[in-house]
Design a protein around this ligand. Structure first.
Ligand SMILES: [Zn+2]
Length: 281
């Protein structure tokens, strides 16, 4: 089975805050020792992905210097250039980028970016603020997905109130064709809210990044009912196991092959490559 990993990070030691380095050292010390080696060599990452059974990976920048990291979009675009397996995303911060819609259009049309990541609790804004609306309108026009960090975080200074999933209800209603992805699906606080929102709105997806696979059916007892709206992501390198172990743990859950294919590949494929239409099963 082909697998798309919808959530991986490019990290560079000098661009990451100390609390994030400490966290990485605690969960993935092997990677942490080689962090800049990976950052300087995308082939190292693509070779790793191949050993893990991953066919494509979304690579996320992170424009959140106050809380976690300052990985500009340009770094990720440079990293992914010429790498068919790697799908670069854009990071914009409403408190530092006054021209977000224009920037997004430039990155997507001119540089080949495939989507946008926003981190409300790291960048201090509510997703339904009117200043974000031109950006959402542009993302909807461009037909690209927007990932929101929705859930807890261990990083010092992040403020959870901003990523309450209910704020996405406004966005989903006002931009019915905008593909909204809830990264971490409400981790720690809001599993029911995220599940319900995703069932309610045709354009709201749950991503299960960073959730222990063995707990998934406890958090979401009816996950399979929503299988066409659930997306796999690993959060690499911030995971204690390899990506493959994560995939295998998900595949061992009592769900149908069809649901598994949708979660690990089909849903992400449909969102990332809309012009290719429905994947032939
Ligand atoms: Zn992440």
């Amino acid at each position: 089975m082909e697998v798309i990993d919808f959530h991986t990070h490019l990290l560079k030691k000098e661009m990451v805050n100390p609390t994030m380095i400490q966290f990485l050292e605690s969960v993935n010390p092997d990677f942490c020792a080689r962090i800049d080696e990976f950052a300087d060599n995308p082939h190292l990452f693509t070779e790793y992905l191949k050993t893990q059974g991953v066919t494509h990976a979304v690579v996320l920048p992170e424009y959140a210097p106050a809380t976690s990291a300052f990985i500009p979009t340009e770094e990720v675009l440079r990293y992914c250039r010429g790498q068919d397996m790697l799908l670069p995303f854009v990071s914009l911060n409403p408190n530092t980028h006054p021209d977000m819609a224009e920037r997004l259009e430039y990155y997507v049309r001119e540089c080949g970016a495939k989507g946008l990541k926003l981190l409300p609790s790291y960048q201090f804004f509510y997703p339904n603020e009117s200043r974000l609306y031109p950006l959402y309108a542009k993302a909807q026009d461009l037909d690209i997905p927007v990932i929101f960090h929705i859930g807890s975080s261990v990083f010092k200074g992040t403020r959870l109130k901003y990523c309450h999933p209910l704020f996405l209800d406004d966005v989903a209603v006002d931009f019915p064709r905008l593909k909204i992805v809830m990264a971490h699906s409400g981790r720690g606080f809001w599993y029911d809210e995220c599940y319900f929102l995703s069932r309610l709105h045709g354009n709201v997806y749950m991503d299960i990044t960073g959730l222990p696979p063995q707990n998934l059916l406890r958090y979401f007892p009816e996950l399979e009912k929503n299988a066409e709206k659930v997306i796999f992501g690993s959060d690499w390198p911030a995971i204690p196991t390899g990506i493959q172990q994560n995939i295998e743990a998900i595949m061992s859950l009592p769900m149908s092959d069809l649901a598994m294919e949708a979660i690990l590949h089909g849903n992400a494929h449909g969102i990332l490559f809309p012009s290719q239409g429905e994947k032939v099963k």
